[in-house]
Design a protein around this ligand. Sequence first.
Ligand SMILES: Cc1ncc(COP(=O)(O)O)c(C=O)c1O
Length: 367
Amino acid sequence: MIELLYRPTWAEISLDAVRKNLKKLSDMANPAKLLFIVKANSYGHGASVLARMAEREKLVSCFGVSSVEEGAALRKSGIRLPVLVLGSLYPFKTVVAAIRHKLIITVASPDAARQLIQASDKLQKEVVCHLKLETGMCRIGARRPGAVKIWKILSRSKFVTLAGMYTHFSSADCDPEFTRQQLSIFRETRKELEALGAKNLLYHASATAGLLNCPEARFDLVRPGIASYGLAEGFTPALSWKSRIVFIKNVRAGASISYNRTFIAQKEMRIATIPVGYADGYRRAFSNSADVLICGKRCRVTGRVTMDMIMADITDVPEARIGSPVVLLGRQGEEEISAEELAEKAGTITYEILTGISERVPRIYRK
Ligand SMILES: Cc1ncc(COP(=O)(O)O)c(C=O)c1O
Protein backbone atom coordinates (compact mmCIF):
# COMPACT_ATOMS: atom_id res chain seq x y z
CA MET A 1 0.00 0.00 0.00
CA ILE A 2 2.77 2.46 0.99
CA GLU A 3 4.45 1.60 -2.29
CA LEU A 4 1.37 3.02 -4.06
CA LEU A 5 1.75 6.48 -2.52
CA TYR A 6 3.13 9.08 -4.89
CA ARG A 7 4.04 11.32 -1.97
CA PRO A 8 5.63 9.27 0.78
CA THR A 9 3.81 10.80 3.74
CA TRP A 10 1.21 8.80 5.59
CA ALA A 11 -0.33 7.98 8.97
CA GLU A 12 -0.12 4.37 10.08
CA ILE A 13 -2.80 3.11 12.43
CA SER A 14 -2.37 -0.07 14.44
CA LEU A 15 -5.72 -1.83 14.67
CA ASP A 16 -4.23 -4.07 17.30
CA ALA A 17 -3.44 -1.09 19.53
CA VAL A 18 -7.04 0.20 19.29
CA ARG A 19 -8.37 -3.32 19.96
CA LYS A 20 -6.13 -3.66 23.01
CA ASN A 21 -7.11 -0.22 24.33
CA LEU A 22 -10.83 -0.92 23.90
CA LYS A 23 -10.51 -4.28 25.68
CA LYS A 24 -8.67 -2.64 28.56
CA LEU A 25 -11.30 0.11 28.81
CA SER A 26 -14.04 -2.46 28.67
CA ASP A 27 -12.52 -4.49 31.53
CA MET A 28 -12.06 -1.33 33.55
CA ALA A 29 -15.60 -0.10 32.96
CA ASN A 30 -17.33 -3.44 33.51
CA PRO A 31 -20.29 -3.77 34.12
CA ALA A 32 -20.71 -0.41 32.34
CA LYS A 33 -20.53 -0.73 28.54
CA LEU A 34 -18.45 1.28 26.08
CA LEU A 35 -19.91 4.07 24.00
CA PHE A 36 -16.91 4.44 21.70
CA ILE A 37 -16.31 8.08 20.75
CA VAL A 38 -15.47 8.15 17.03
CA LYS A 39 -16.18 11.81 16.33
CA ALA A 40 -13.80 13.90 14.22
CA ASN A 41 -13.00 10.83 12.11
CA SER A 42 -12.02 8.90 15.24
CA TYR A 43 -9.67 11.69 16.33
CA GLY A 44 -8.00 11.45 12.92
CA HIS A 45 -7.66 7.64 12.96
CA GLY A 46 -10.49 6.89 10.51
CA ALA A 47 -13.97 6.41 11.97
CA SER A 48 -15.44 3.93 9.52
CA VAL A 49 -12.55 1.43 9.74
CA LEU A 50 -12.32 1.57 13.53
CA ALA A 51 -16.07 1.50 14.09
CA ARG A 52 -16.45 -1.47 11.75
CA MET A 53 -13.73 -3.35 13.62
CA ALA A 54 -15.23 -2.49 17.01
CA GLU A 55 -18.70 -3.62 15.88
CA ARG A 56 -17.49 -6.80 14.16
CA GLU A 57 -15.42 -7.87 17.16
CA LYS A 58 -18.11 -6.85 19.67
CA LEU A 59 -15.70 -4.57 21.51
CA VAL A 60 -18.24 -1.81 22.17
CA SER A 61 -21.99 -1.43 22.51
CA CYS A 62 -22.55 1.91 20.75
CA PHE A 63 -20.83 4.89 19.17
CA GLY A 64 -20.70 8.64 19.76
CA VAL A 65 -20.31 11.22 16.98
CA SER A 66 -20.55 14.99 16.97
CA SER A 67 -22.94 15.59 14.06
CA VAL A 68 -25.58 14.02 11.85
CA GLU A 69 -23.05 14.05 8.98
CA GLU A 70 -20.67 11.89 11.01
CA GLY A 71 -23.50 9.56 12.06
CA ALA A 72 -24.78 9.24 8.48
CA ALA A 73 -21.24 8.37 7.33
CA LEU A 74 -21.09 5.55 9.89
CA ARG A 75 -24.44 4.20 8.69
CA LYS A 76 -23.20 4.41 5.09
CA SER A 77 -20.18 2.34 6.04
CA GLY A 78 -22.49 -0.37 7.39
CA ILE A 79 -22.59 0.36 11.12
CA ARG A 80 -25.71 -1.08 12.75
CA LEU A 81 -25.08 -0.47 16.45
CA PRO A 82 -26.71 2.56 18.10
CA VAL A 83 -25.03 5.89 17.26
CA LEU A 84 -25.51 8.86 19.57
CA VAL A 85 -25.13 12.36 18.10
CA LEU A 86 -23.55 14.40 20.89
CA GLY A 87 -24.16 17.82 19.35
CA SER A 88 -27.29 19.94 19.50
CA LEU A 89 -29.31 19.73 16.29
CA TYR A 90 -30.12 22.83 14.29
CA PRO A 91 -31.85 23.59 11.93
CA PHE A 92 -35.05 21.56 12.03
CA LYS A 93 -34.30 19.54 8.86
CA THR A 94 -31.24 18.10 10.63
CA VAL A 95 -33.62 16.32 13.02
CA VAL A 96 -35.40 14.76 10.05
CA ALA A 97 -32.08 13.53 8.63
CA ALA A 98 -31.08 12.12 12.03
CA ILE A 99 -34.35 10.19 12.26
CA ARG A 100 -33.92 8.84 8.71
CA HIS A 101 -30.43 7.57 9.55
CA LYS A 102 -31.70 6.00 12.79
CA LEU A 103 -29.37 8.07 14.94
CA ILE A 104 -29.93 8.72 18.63
CA ILE A 105 -30.56 12.40 19.14
CA THR A 106 -29.33 14.51 22.04
CA VAL A 107 -32.09 16.67 23.48
CA ALA A 108 -30.78 19.60 25.50
CA SER A 109 -33.81 21.90 25.80
CA PRO A 110 -37.60 21.71 26.05
CA ASP A 111 -37.80 23.43 22.64
CA ALA A 112 -35.65 20.74 21.06
CA ALA A 113 -37.92 18.11 22.65
CA ARG A 114 -40.99 19.73 21.06
CA GLN A 115 -39.29 19.91 17.66
CA LEU A 116 -38.34 16.27 17.89
CA ILE A 117 -41.95 15.31 18.58
CA GLN A 118 -43.11 17.41 15.64
CA ALA A 119 -40.59 15.81 13.29
CA SER A 120 -41.34 12.25 14.39
CA ASP A 121 -45.10 12.85 14.19
CA LYS A 122 -44.72 14.23 10.69
CA LEU A 123 -42.57 11.29 9.55
CA GLN A 124 -44.58 8.79 11.61
CA LYS A 125 -41.25 7.27 12.60
CA GLU A 126 -39.92 6.13 15.93
CA VAL A 127 -36.92 7.97 17.30
CA VAL A 128 -34.68 7.43 20.29
CA CYS A 129 -33.07 10.29 22.21
CA HIS A 130 -30.89 10.95 25.25
CA LEU A 131 -31.34 13.95 27.49
CA LYS A 132 -28.24 16.09 28.05
CA LEU A 133 -27.99 17.49 31.53
CA GLU A 134 -26.06 20.66 32.30
CA THR A 135 -24.03 20.12 35.47
CA GLY A 136 -21.09 22.47 35.08
CA MET A 137 -19.71 22.37 31.54
CA CYS A 138 -21.96 25.18 30.25
CA ARG A 139 -21.81 23.95 26.66
CA ILE A 140 -25.09 22.25 25.79
CA GLY A 141 -27.53 20.78 28.27
CA ALA A 142 -30.66 21.48 30.26
CA ARG A 143 -30.46 22.34 33.96
CA ARG A 144 -32.40 20.18 36.39
CA PRO A 145 -35.79 21.96 36.03
CA GLY A 146 -35.38 21.95 32.24
CA ALA A 147 -34.56 18.25 32.34
CA VAL A 148 -37.77 17.54 34.25
CA LYS A 149 -39.72 19.58 31.69
CA ILE A 150 -38.12 17.64 28.83
CA TRP A 151 -39.01 14.35 30.48
CA LYS A 152 -42.63 15.46 30.87
CA ILE A 153 -42.86 16.64 27.25
CA LEU A 154 -41.30 13.47 25.84
CA SER A 155 -43.27 11.08 28.00
CA ARG A 156 -46.42 12.19 26.12
CA SER A 157 -44.97 11.46 22.70
CA LYS A 158 -46.15 8.61 20.51
CA PHE A 159 -42.92 8.12 18.56
CA VAL A 160 -40.11 9.46 20.74
CA THR A 161 -38.41 7.25 23.31
CA LEU A 162 -36.22 8.87 25.92
CA ALA A 163 -33.62 6.14 26.39
CA GLY A 164 -30.91 7.86 28.39
CA MET A 165 -29.62 10.83 30.29
CA TYR A 166 -26.04 12.04 30.29
CA THR A 167 -23.73 14.85 31.27
CA HIS A 168 -20.11 15.80 30.57
CA PHE A 169 -17.41 16.56 33.14
CA SER A 170 -15.42 19.69 32.49
CA SER A 171 -12.41 18.91 34.69
CA ALA A 172 -12.29 15.23 35.64
CA ASP A 173 -8.56 15.28 34.83
CA CYS A 174 -7.71 18.03 37.29
CA ASP A 175 -10.51 19.01 39.70
CA PRO A 176 -12.05 16.11 41.68
CA GLU A 177 -14.08 18.46 43.88
CA PHE A 178 -15.81 20.10 40.91
CA THR A 179 -16.38 16.66 39.35
CA ARG A 180 -18.08 15.53 42.58
CA GLN A 181 -20.36 18.58 42.41
CA GLN A 182 -21.27 17.76 38.79
CA LEU A 183 -21.87 14.15 39.77
CA SER A 184 -24.12 15.13 42.63
CA ILE A 185 -26.34 17.28 40.35
CA PHE A 186 -26.51 14.33 37.95
CA ARG A 187 -27.54 11.91 40.72
CA GLU A 188 -30.15 14.29 42.16
CA THR A 189 -31.71 14.83 38.75
CA ARG A 190 -31.75 11.11 38.13
CA LYS A 191 -33.58 10.60 41.42
CA GLU A 192 -36.13 13.26 40.52
CA LEU A 193 -36.82 11.74 37.10
CA GLU A 194 -37.15 8.27 38.59
CA ALA A 195 -39.56 9.59 41.20
CA LEU A 196 -41.64 10.96 38.32
CA GLY A 197 -41.67 7.52 36.71
CA ALA A 198 -38.63 7.46 34.41
CA LYS A 199 -37.64 3.83 33.95
CA ASN A 200 -34.82 1.95 32.23
CA LEU A 201 -32.87 5.02 31.18
CA LEU A 202 -29.20 4.55 30.35
CA TYR A 203 -27.10 6.91 32.46
CA HIS A 204 -23.65 8.10 31.42
CA ALA A 205 -21.22 10.80 32.44
CA SER A 206 -17.60 9.73 32.02
CA ALA A 207 -15.23 10.28 29.13
CA THR A 208 -11.63 9.04 29.50
CA ALA A 209 -10.69 11.23 32.47
CA GLY A 210 -13.89 10.43 34.38
CA LEU A 211 -13.47 6.72 33.72
CA LEU A 212 -9.88 6.75 34.96
CA ASN A 213 -10.28 9.11 37.92
CA CYS A 214 -13.84 8.78 39.14
CA PRO A 215 -14.94 5.12 39.43
CA GLU A 216 -18.26 6.08 41.04
CA ALA A 217 -19.29 7.88 37.81
CA ARG A 218 -19.39 4.86 35.50
CA PHE A 219 -23.16 4.22 35.54
CA ASP A 220 -24.42 2.24 32.49
CA LEU A 221 -22.14 3.57 29.76
CA VAL A 222 -18.75 5.27 29.60
CA ARG A 223 -17.65 7.39 26.64
CA PRO A 224 -13.89 7.07 26.12
CA GLY A 225 -12.30 8.80 23.16
CA ILE A 226 -8.65 9.63 23.68
CA ALA A 227 -7.73 6.49 25.70
CA SER A 228 -9.12 4.30 22.90
CA TYR A 229 -6.48 5.84 20.67
CA GLY A 230 -3.81 5.24 23.31
CA LEU A 231 -3.22 8.77 24.57
CA ALA A 232 -3.64 8.11 28.28
CA GLU A 233 -1.29 6.52 30.79
CA GLY A 234 -1.16 2.74 30.44
CA PHE A 235 -2.65 2.70 26.92
CA THR A 236 -0.95 2.08 23.57
CA PRO A 237 -0.75 4.90 21.02
CA ALA A 238 -2.33 3.69 17.78
CA LEU A 239 -1.17 6.31 15.29
CA SER A 240 2.29 6.91 13.85
CA TRP A 241 2.97 9.61 11.28
CA LYS A 242 5.67 8.82 8.77
CA SER A 243 7.43 10.15 5.71
CA ARG A 244 10.69 9.80 3.78
CA ILE A 245 13.53 12.13 2.88
CA VAL A 246 13.03 13.44 -0.68
CA PHE A 247 15.99 15.83 -0.97
CA ILE A 248 19.37 16.38 0.73
CA LYS A 249 21.75 19.31 0.52
CA ASN A 250 24.91 20.55 2.24
CA VAL A 251 24.82 24.19 3.31
CA ARG A 252 27.66 26.50 4.32
CA ALA A 253 27.93 28.43 7.56
CA GLY A 254 25.79 31.54 7.21
CA ALA A 255 23.16 29.92 4.95
CA SER A 256 19.57 30.63 5.95
CA ILE A 257 16.93 27.96 5.83
CA SER A 258 13.27 28.43 4.87
CA TYR A 259 10.95 31.46 5.05
CA ASN A 260 11.96 34.59 6.91
CA ARG A 261 15.50 33.29 7.62
CA THR A 262 14.67 32.20 11.19
CA PHE A 263 17.45 29.60 11.04
CA ILE A 264 21.02 30.56 10.10
CA ALA A 265 23.56 27.74 9.88
CA GLN A 266 26.43 28.33 12.32
CA LYS A 267 28.60 25.73 10.58
CA GLU A 268 28.53 23.55 7.51
CA MET A 269 25.43 21.39 7.80
CA ARG A 270 23.61 18.57 6.05
CA ILE A 271 19.92 19.29 5.61
CA ALA A 272 17.10 16.91 4.61
CA THR A 273 13.82 17.98 3.06
CA ILE A 274 10.72 16.01 4.04
CA PRO A 275 7.39 16.29 2.18
CA VAL A 276 5.06 17.29 5.00
CA GLY A 277 3.89 20.74 6.04
CA TYR A 278 1.27 22.73 7.85
CA ALA A 279 -1.33 21.83 5.19
CA ASP A 280 -0.96 18.27 6.50
CA GLY A 281 -1.41 19.40 10.09
CA TYR A 282 2.33 19.49 10.84
CA ARG A 283 2.07 22.76 12.69
CA ARG A 284 4.01 25.90 11.97
CA ALA A 285 4.71 26.09 15.71
CA PHE A 286 7.10 23.16 15.20
CA SER A 287 9.49 25.48 13.29
CA ASN A 288 12.95 25.24 14.89
CA SER A 289 11.47 23.33 17.84
CA ALA A 290 10.18 19.84 17.05
CA ASP A 291 12.33 16.81 16.27
CA VAL A 292 11.79 14.09 13.69
CA LEU A 293 13.39 10.64 13.81
CA ILE A 294 15.75 9.56 11.05
CA CYS A 295 17.88 6.39 11.28
CA GLY A 296 16.78 6.15 14.93
CA LYS A 297 18.15 9.60 15.83
CA ARG A 298 16.43 12.86 16.76
CA CYS A 299 16.87 15.56 14.11
CA ARG A 300 15.68 19.13 14.72
CA VAL A 301 13.30 20.82 12.28
CA THR A 302 15.33 23.74 10.93
CA GLY A 303 13.67 26.95 9.85
CA ARG A 304 9.98 27.55 9.30
CA VAL A 305 7.59 24.71 8.59
CA THR A 306 6.20 25.50 5.12
CA MET A 307 2.87 24.47 3.64
CA ASP A 308 4.14 21.25 2.07
CA MET A 309 7.73 20.68 3.23
CA ILE A 310 9.99 20.84 6.23
CA MET A 311 13.76 20.76 6.56
CA ALA A 312 15.64 18.81 9.24
CA ASP A 313 19.23 18.81 10.41
CA ILE A 314 20.89 15.50 9.48
CA THR A 315 24.48 16.69 10.01
CA ASP A 316 25.00 13.98 12.64
CA VAL A 317 23.25 11.26 10.64
CA PRO A 318 25.69 10.50 7.82
CA GLU A 319 23.85 7.29 7.00
CA ALA A 320 20.68 9.23 6.03
CA ARG A 321 19.87 9.02 2.30
CA ILE A 322 17.14 10.13 -0.05
CA GLY A 323 14.32 7.71 0.72
CA SER A 324 15.33 7.17 4.36
CA PRO A 325 12.26 6.70 6.59
CA VAL A 326 11.27 9.65 8.78
CA VAL A 327 9.04 9.43 11.85
CA LEU A 328 7.18 12.63 12.68
CA LEU A 329 5.11 11.02 15.43
CA GLY A 330 5.73 7.57 16.86
CA ARG A 331 8.68 5.25 17.43
CA GLN A 332 11.82 4.53 15.46
CA GLY A 333 14.43 2.30 17.09
CA GLU A 334 14.90 3.38 20.69
CA GLU A 335 13.49 6.87 20.15
CA GLU A 336 9.91 8.13 20.26
CA ILE A 337 8.17 11.38 19.38
CA SER A 338 4.94 11.33 21.37
CA ALA A 339 1.76 13.29 20.71
CA GLU A 340 2.29 14.82 24.17
CA GLU A 341 5.70 16.11 23.11
CA LEU A 342 4.32 17.66 19.92
CA ALA A 343 1.35 19.12 21.80
CA GLU A 344 3.67 20.78 24.28
CA LYS A 345 5.78 22.29 21.49
CA ALA A 346 2.64 23.71 19.89
CA GLY A 347 1.12 24.91 23.17
CA THR A 348 -1.90 22.65 22.76
CA ILE A 349 -3.31 19.23 23.70
CA THR A 350 -2.85 15.82 22.07
CA TYR A 351 -6.45 15.93 20.80
CA GLU A 352 -5.63 18.90 18.59
CA ILE A 353 -2.47 17.28 17.22
CA LEU A 354 -4.35 14.09 16.26
CA THR A 355 -7.48 15.70 14.86
CA GLY A 356 -5.31 18.23 13.05
CA ILE A 357 -3.65 15.65 10.78
CA SER A 358 -5.37 16.66 7.59
CA GLU A 359 -7.28 14.60 5.05
CA ARG A 360 -4.37 14.98 2.67
CA VAL A 361 -2.45 12.41 4.73
CA PRO A 362 -3.49 8.88 3.71
CA ARG A 363 -4.34 6.53 6.60
CA ILE A 364 -2.86 3.07 6.35
CA TYR A 365 -4.02 0.29 8.68
CA ARG A 366 -1.78 -2.34 10.23
CA LYS A 367 -3.31 -5.48 11.65
C1 LIG B 1 -19.70 14.53 25.29
C2 LIG B 1 -18.37 13.87 25.14
N1 LIG B 1 -18.19 12.63 25.60
C3 LIG B 1 -17.02 11.98 25.49
C4 LIG B 1 -15.92 12.58 24.90
C5 LIG B 1 -14.62 11.83 24.82
O1 LIG B 1 -13.62 12.48 25.57
P1 LIG B 1 -12.17 11.85 25.78
O2 LIG B 1 -11.54 11.84 24.42
O3 LIG B 1 -11.50 12.78 26.69
O4 LIG B 1 -12.34 10.49 26.30
C6 LIG B 1 -16.06 13.87 24.40
C7 LIG B 1 -14.89 14.52 23.78
O5 LIG B 1 -14.73 15.67 23.59
C8 LIG B 1 -17.30 14.54 24.53
O6 LIG B 1 -17.48 15.79 24.07
